[in-house]
Design a protein around this ligand. Structure first.
Ligand code: WTA
Length: 566
């Protein structure tokens, strides 16, 4: 039995207040995501139910009940308070997928502070940009990432504390404090800070075309959408064992890697390890995973390793599969049906939407290659590229747009209200993607409407990469743009004009690639570099990345007359 019986009925009867009621939330009362994900489950008789089954790349395992995550998040909260962390201060989580990341997330929220998760593969420069912008007060990290923090701490006057979860006191330097979660005093009766619907909760950094990454600021009320979408789209139920592949450094890893399953009181399994088909199938088999939320790049990698490997494992526990982050190609849906006997259900959303907004619902006929239909409570359309009026002709491509006001919509970009306001046109929130809608109301993704590069489901901004490239002594000018890739959908390519005195060479390419990898991250590293004498520009001197991108994709360059005057 699925949680949703008919999409049409759900649309007819849906109201966000259904989720409020199910969560026993009444308007005006306190609402705290940390409390909902731990304490409330204990009050509902699930104290001894397993919340988290964790395994790392060495096969080390740990298990936590809902009561464990309640107590440990209480302990972390108390400790942070004792260390002087105040409500609404930003606390960054900079860790691999260790239990402290998941439980620390709840602990930070419980004291009313704002949690800022960052991908642990980020290099010092990516980290610095985001900590500086958020004026972050504290960071919780692991010993293995400490050297990156130490490189930048002196230029971050707001950063008062660096909490290290796995070090020893003697090797710690100035501002560094040991935070050993399992050794902290237990706190049975912790009073959660009374956050309200509009109190800030999570700050996720996401990339745009212009400028440095923006901090998408969510509020505690977002749980209303995360809870109900996890219930209806992921179909999470009492006896499920859920696995989300995403890292909480990105929004999928928090909205559906923490809040979605735990607000539903569902057990989840976490594998702190990179991609490996064999390992993944073993993980599903071992933990009897029932609901799996993955991503197209991972599915394409699994496809590459073939169905024979699938057959060597008992994956019969799986009952529902979903995907997010990039277009889910039709072949991947068809392959998953052959390989697992189940189709991957595409889900579309963004850091800014906080929760799934367009999706293939369980039980709804899937048109492979389509993203499906809007979640009830979400009004979605495509707008004409010029007039910003809804398009009524089926199949005509326009901008994906949503009627503002759903619970998990971001409230602003941190310190950048102007950038936030630019996301709205003609009364609509503009997602920045293009799609068409067919005569049955299914959405078909076409591509992004900007220069952001989507590599393996991770967005990287050209500006951040170009800024890093310019710091290399040989680089005079550069443009970073997407190049198609059979597995990652897109990878970063850079065109570079060298400074006088530097000669193009393969060694120099490698040196520049490594330079970006270390400063930013492996994702942002250009996979290809082309040395050029000059870059295409508008009359006002803006680099025409779109021209370079179109060349890579063998697409028409389009109308340059408008771009020339950009
Ligand atoms: C892209 C990730 C096609 C899109 C949750 C969007 C998708 C951006 C899909 C958001 C999908 C996400 N089909 N494209 N099902 N899902 N995208 O903020 O360009 O990291 O705007 O959030 O990823 O990426 P973000």
């Amino acid at each position: 039995m699925r949680n949703i019986t008919s999409y049409e009925d759900l649309v007819k009867n849906f109201d966000w207040s259904i989720a409020e009621k199910e969560l026993d939330y009444q308007k005006g009362n306190p609402i705290n995501i940390g409390w909902y994900c731990s304490d409330r489950n204990c009050l509902k008789g699930k104290a001894n139910k397993i919340a988290l089954m964790w395994e790392d790349y060495n096969g080390k395992t740990k298990t936590f009940t809902f009561n464990d995550i309640r107590l440990f998040s209480n302990s972390i909260g108390t400790f942070l308070q004792q260390q002087g962390i105040q409500p609404e201060e930003r606390v960054c989580l900079f860790m691999d997928r260790v239990p402290e990341l998941y439980i620390g997330f709840l602990g930070v929220l419980k004291i009313g502070a704002i949690v800022q998760p960052l991908f642990s593969a980020f290099g010092p420069e990516s980290l610095f940009t985001r900590l500086e912008n958020a004026q972050t007060s504290a960071i919780i990290t692991q010993k293995k990432h400490l050297s990156k923090v130490r490189k930048i701490i002196h230029d971050l006057p707001h950063l008062r504390k660096i909490f290290v979860i796995d070090s020893d006191e003697t090797s710690l330097k100035d501002k560094e404090v040991l935070l050993e979660m399992e050794k902290l005093p237990k706190n049975e009766n912790f009073e959660c800070y009374p956050t309200y619907a509009e109190s800030p909760s999570v700050l996720h950094y996401t990339s745009g075309t212009t400028g440095q990454p923006k901090g998408a600021q969510h509020v505690h009320y977002s749980i209303i959408a995360q809870y109900i979408t996890a219930k209806y789209v992921l179909d999470l139920q009492e006896n499920d064992i859920y696995w989300c592949n995403a890292d909480p450094g990105w929004v999928t890893g928090t909205s559906y890697g923490i809040i979605g399953p735990w607000s539903n009181g569902v057990t989840q399994a976490v594998l702190d390890s990179g991609f490996n088909s064999q390992k993944w199938y073993e993980f599903i088999q071992k933990y009897r995973i029932t609901v799996w939320y993955s991503a197209p790049t991972a599915i394409r990698l699994l496809m590459r390793d073939g169905t024979d490997l699938v057959k060597q494992h008992d994956l019969s526990s799986l009952r529902h599969l979903c995907s997010v982050g990039e277009p889910l190609n039709a072949e991947a849906v068809i392959w998953s049906k052959q390989a697992f006997g189940l189709e991957f259900h595409d889900t579309y959303w963004q850091t800014e939407t906080g929760a799934i907004v367009i999706t293939n619902f369980p039980g709804m006929p899937i048109k492979p290659g389509s993203m499906g239909k809007p979640f009830p409570g979400i009004t979605a359309t495509v707008l004409d590229l010029q007039t910003y009026e809804p398009i009524t002709t089926p199949g005509k491509v326009g901008l994906i747009a949503l009627k503002p006001g759903w619970p998990s919509q971001i409230r602003t970009y941190w310190n950048n209200e102007e950038g936030f306001q630019k996301k709205f046109k003609n009364g609509w929130y503009i997602c920045g993607d293009r799609a068409s809608i067919d005569s049955d109301g299914y959405f078909w993704f076409v591509g992004r409407d900007d220069d952001v590069i989507n590599t393996g489901g991770h967005l990287v901004g050209p500006f951040e990469i170009e800024s890093a490239l310019l710091e290399h002594p040989a680089v005079a000018e550069s443009a970073a743009f997407a190049k198609p890739d059979p597995v990652n959908m897109e990878v970063v390519k850079a065109c570079i004009a060298l400074k006088p005195g530097y000669e193009p060479s393969e060694d120099l390419k490698l040196e520049i690639m490594n330079f970006v990898r270390k400063k930013l991250s492996p994702l942002a590293m250009p996979q290809e570099i082309e040395f050029v004498t000059s870059l295409p520009k508008t009359r006002s001197g803006k680099i025409l990345r779109r021209v370079l991108r179109a060349k890579e994709f063998n697409e028409p360059i389009g109308d340059l007359s408008t771009l020339e005057n950009d």
